[in-house]
Design a binder for this molecule. Sequence first.
Ligand SMILES: C[S@@+](CC[C@H](N)C(=O)[O-])C[C@H]1O[C@@H](n2cnc3c(N)ncnc32)[C@H](O)[C@@H]1O
Length: 197
Amino acid sequence: MYISDPNKYFLSDPVFDGLFPAYVRQLSEVHWTPLKVAYTAAQFLAPTPEARILDIGAGVGKFCIAAAHVSPAEFTGVEQRKNFARVGNKIIKQLGIFNASVIHGNFVDIDISEYTGVYFFNSFHENLVIEDSLDENVERSPALYDFYTTQLQAKLKQMPIGARLATYWLSNSEIPGCFQLYESHFNNLLKFWKKEY
Ligand SMILES: C[S@@+](CC[C@H](N)C(=O)[O-])C[C@H]1O[C@@H](n2cnc3c(N)ncnc32)[C@H](O)[C@@H]1O
């Protein structure tokens, strides 16, 4: 069923999060990007309508949905938990958004060279701090954190010069040296990077 007045959901996080089922909503404060952070990141990541942005670890698609609301560019998320991808795509449809989608899968299988920019909200953290897990439905371990981080760094290195990256709640040491820090916002939690070489 379509939502008749979608704009009202984009004014406050509690109202937006009300779109989610209860078990997803209770994860919002810690695990999903706040609307204002998504709007700021979208402006940097998508300087033109032709931009194609990948959210690595999209959850229920909150970043992609919010970014697509303020930018005509294309926002695609990849999410390992099938139920989260399903919830995200259902809400995208209900809101009548055409430039966002969530793919169910593991980012290791995605060719990120098809994208002009990447958004990354420290998605592998639950492998290091098991108490911070979103649920028990996927395998988590410190070894998996190292594997995913190495894979992400290799993929970022393959992106073309000029590619844009926005990180949220991530230490600078996780970013390959070929990306130059460009700006930071929200008390240094949101950082913008450009690939220099
Ligand atoms: C902190 S949440 C961020 C959600 C979303 N990016 C946002 O900002 O609203 C991290 C998400 O990454 C997902 N994730 C972690 N490792 C992943 C992987 N290897 N491939 C795909 N998704 C992954 C988790 O299942 C979780 O939903």
